[in-house]
Write a protein that binds this ligand. Structure first.
Ligand code: ADP
Ligand code: MG
Length: 275
């Protein structure tokens, strides 16, 4: 509880343990014998969108894949370090990959719905993968709530049984967000989710991110500096210098990172001088 008696009207800030809390500790990654990420530390809290920025090839996607145990399915890929969700290492003995991925969902750069599958079945497809038993009525409700949270319900509610290929690219990406939300993840990882979308669809996805922010911890990779400023409260700048592995140069409150960065390399990047 807050002990600041001079500010009685402040809503008490939840303690760290009350928040869904994803923490990467000293994460390293290799492809074969090549070290591509070295000693990455990052904490993401509920109620906060964290953006990862930095030039291509500095390990942002690799880092996201480590956060939901997708990295280990790439042949030759290795990692070290810990990733803790609410204090529990997702790589710990007894942690199952499917249950980790249920808690930590991912949305990719290119919308990847199952094209022949109906809109409704796309939304619930994660339930089978995570072996979640549901009744028909529960599924119908999950379809509606997931599509509503993803900002797509009104556009598709009258054609839920049509194939997802009938949707525009922006709608398909929101369908993928609905699919990720259907299994009720605690964390949502988004790897350049708008880079294939038009400005209107991009705005819809950004609105969705802001609406989800209080319920789901979001980490988003973006090359769009304006987008990072619009949607994220914290930001981390990744860089891999010539011949060196990638890592975080600087992280902190988004506005500070953009307006008064501490490191000269961050300043050069956010001012568009490279990358
Ligand atoms: P970013 O998302 O920041 O562009 P990546 O995580 O995709 O960076 O890549 C980081 C480094 O790892 C790059 O040098 C890239 O070439 C290398 N890399 C990525 N995926 C693989 C892979 N499957 N096999 C070998 N090297 C890879
Ligand atoms: Mg990438």
């Amino acid at each position: 509880m807050s002990t600041i008696s001079s500010a009685p009207n402040l809503t008490p800030t939840p303690t760290i343990t009350e928040r869904a809390h994803l923490e990467a500790v000293d994460v390293c990654a290799w492809f074969g014998s090549t070290l591509v990420l070295d000693g990455v530390n990052l904490t993401a809290e509920l109620g906060t969108v964290t953006s990862l920025i930095g030039p291509s090839g500095c390990g942002k996607s690799t880092f996201l894949r480590i956060l939901n145990r997708m990295h280990e399915s790439i042949p030759g890929a290795q990692m070290a370090g810990e990733v803790r969700l609410d204090g529990v290492d997702i790589y710990g003995a007894g942690e199952r990959v499917t249950s980790v991925r249920k808690k930590i969902g991912m949305v990719f750069q290119k919308p990847n719905p199952f094209p022949a599958m109906s809109i409704a079945d796309n939304v619930t497809s994660g339930l089978a993968l995570t072996r979640t038993k549901t009744s028909r009525a529960e599924r119908e409700e999950l379809v509606e709530t997931s599509l509503t949270r993803a900002g797509l319900w009104r556009e598709v509610k009258d054609r839920l049984d049509q194939p997802s290929s009938a949707l525009s690219g922006g709608q398909q990406q929101r369908l993928c967000i609905a699919r990720a939300l259907c299994v009720q993840p605690e964390v949502l990882l988004m790897d350049e989710p708008c880079s294939a979308l038009d400005p209107t669809s991009t705005r819809r996805v950004e609105e969705t991110i802001l609406e989800l922010r209080d319920q789901v911890t979001i980490i988003i990779v973006t090359h769009n500096m304006q987008q990072a400023r619009r949607v994220s409260q914290r930001a981390a700048f990744f860089l891999a210098e010539q011949g060196a592995p990638g890592g975080i140069v600087e992280q902190g409150v988004t506005e500070q990172l953009f307006t008064s960065p501490v490191d000269e390399r961050t300043a050069n990047y956010v001012n568009g001088e490279f990358g």
